[in-house]
Design a protein around this ligand. Structure first.
Ligand code: UDP
Length: 240
């Protein structure tokens, strides 16, 4: 039986353009989207309610714009719009595969998706729709990791899942250190003590304060999302 009733899945924008080998590209890879949809479907079929926060890194990041001289707040607004495009791409792929899905955005864009409203989001989740939250937190200077922690806390998720290209948190960078080992689990305090960058600081603080457990896992591993939700040894579990 699934160990979680409601989850918040954070998908980076980068992941939408990547493939299993880790190669990134601009925009979307249809086969990557199809793979994510298949994994999301598996957990929806278990009766798990799924909220998703999607990033925008495959299209635009505010920090990159600021590096070339753009005003940071304006660049971040562009980044937030990029996440809305990704939310629409993901919704389209889910709906085409027969998985009911809705988009809610933190930045109101009439006709494109609903504006974020917690009560409505909860109703959609309870009726079995996947709810994709676009537009991050709606504020510049934040990331979609923080948006994921925020929406996760707001919808009362039992678990926050950070989908990455690595299968968890390691004692050192596994690409540079052959002796690096994966943590199966660790506490928020241990993560701080060992200086492990699990989430960005604001997101991490919110999860810790709200006692929202987190799993970092490799979404490119077939069936990984379901195994995490079933409580199996997949990725790294960070617990209060
Ligand atoms: N962003 C923002 N506020 C938020 C979330 C995101 O301004 O609450 C902007 C920011 O410019 C960021 C971009 O949206 O660079 C894309 O989000 P993020 O970098 O988190 O995407 P990911 O790295 O997960 O693809």
């Amino acid at each position: 039986m699934a160990q979680a009733r409601r989850i918040l899945l954070k998908l980076s924008g980068e992941a939408l353009g990547a493939d299993a080998s880790g190669a990134d590209s601009f925009g979307y890879r249809a086969e990557t989207l199809a793979g994510f949809v298949g994994q999301i479907r598996e957990v929806v079929e278990l009766g798990v309610q799924v909220g998703i926060v999607v990033g925008g890194g495959n299209l635009f990041r505010g920090a990159t714009g600021a590096l070339s001289g753009m005003d940071r707040a304006t660049a971040d607004s562009m980044g937030m719009l990029a996440t809305v495009m990704n939310a629409l791409a993901l919704k389209d792929a889910l709906v085409r595969a027969g998985v009911p899905a809705r988009v809610q955005t933190a930045v109101a864009i009439t006709h494109v998706g609903e504006a974020f409203e917690r009560d409505t989001a909860l109703r959609h989740l309870e009726s079995g729709s996947v709810v994709i939250f676009g537009g991050g937190t709606g504020n510049p200077f934040f990331t979609t990791d923080t948006a994921a922690a925020l929406r996760g806390a707001e919808i009362g998720a039992d678990l926050l899942l950070k989908a990455t290209k690595v299968d968890g948190v390691y004692t050192a960078d596994p690409k540079k250190d052959a002796t690096a080992t994966r943590y199966a689990s660790l506490s928020f305090d241990e993560a701080i003590r060992n200086n492990l960058a699990v989430l960005d600081t604001a997101a991490f603080a919110l999860c810790r304060e709200q006692k929202l457990p987190l799993v970092v896992f490799d979404i490119f591993k077939p069936g990984a999302l379901k195994r995490v939700v079933m409580g199996e040894d997949e990725g790294t579990r960070v617990t209060p």
